[in-house]
Ligand binder design. Structure first.
Ligand SMILES: [Zn+2]
Length: 213
């Protein structure tokens, strides 16, 4: 369905970053120029450097060099998402549980069926919306895991930015995003399941897509 390449000038979703593109900083990684204080801030790409793109953030005077995988191209990304992921949206389910991340069971197709029979907590329409939803619960959390379907394992991330970037990539490949976060003491966790759904899976597909407009 997607034939994107992940080149050096691609954003977190694999969308090409070009001069004059509007971008949002979605990752945080100080050594790569992405400070925590600018997460969620938007700006314009002034030029492409050797390993970073220079972004003039809104309200600032001097462009900042940021590695492109920590950015998300706006508008264009949405447009491309609509084209490449046509007919897909995501149902988001949130589940709070006792216990840490090591007790997470392996996701099954039956789990997915049970979730899809329930009313979703939220409906998400693009990979960027999936990433934003996943990120909103995680500000006070310190441990992150993501289900990687290809090896079939819960991978632990120490770096929140890397975790979010991987979540965007999974969604951009038209996949489900299963993730969980917990506090440092591991006494409780929050599980987030974003199920990719098509018209076959979602009887309210038309309604959910109309909300797009
Ligand atoms: Zn739906």
């Amino acid at each position: 369905m997607t034939s994107r390449t992940y080149g050096p000038w691609a954003d977190a979703c694999g969308v090409p970053v070009t001069t004059a593109a509007r971008v949002e900083q979605i990752g945080v990684h100080k050594p790569h120029g992405a400070l925590a204080g600018r997460r969620g801030k938007t700006g314009v790409v002034t030029d492409l450097g050797s390993s970073r793109v220079n972004v003039l953030f809104d309200g600032e005077d001097i462009p900042v060099g940021v590695r492109p995988h920590l950015l998300q191209v706006l508008a264009q990304q949405e447009a491309e998402g609509m084209t490449c992921l046509e007919g897909l949206h995501w149902h988001g389910y949130l589940h709070r549980a006792e216990g840490g991340l090591y007790e997470l069971p392996e996701p099954t197709l039956l789990d997915r069926k049970i979730r899809l029979a329930e009313v979703p907590h939220t409906v998400l329409r693009s990979p960027s919306q999936v990433a934003k939803w996943v990120g909103t619960t995680s500000d006070q959390d310190e441990c992150f895991v993501l289900w990687l379907p290809a090896p079939g394992l819960w991978r632990t991330y120490a770096d929140q930015a890397e975790w979010r970037t991987e979540a965007v990539k999974l969604a951009a490949r038209a996949g489900a995003v299963y993730t969980a976060v917990s506090s440092a003491d591991g006494s409780a966790r929050c599980e987030l399941y974003a199920e990719a759904v098509s018209a076959d899976d979602c009887p309210e597909h038309g309604v959910h897509h109309e909300q797009d407009a």
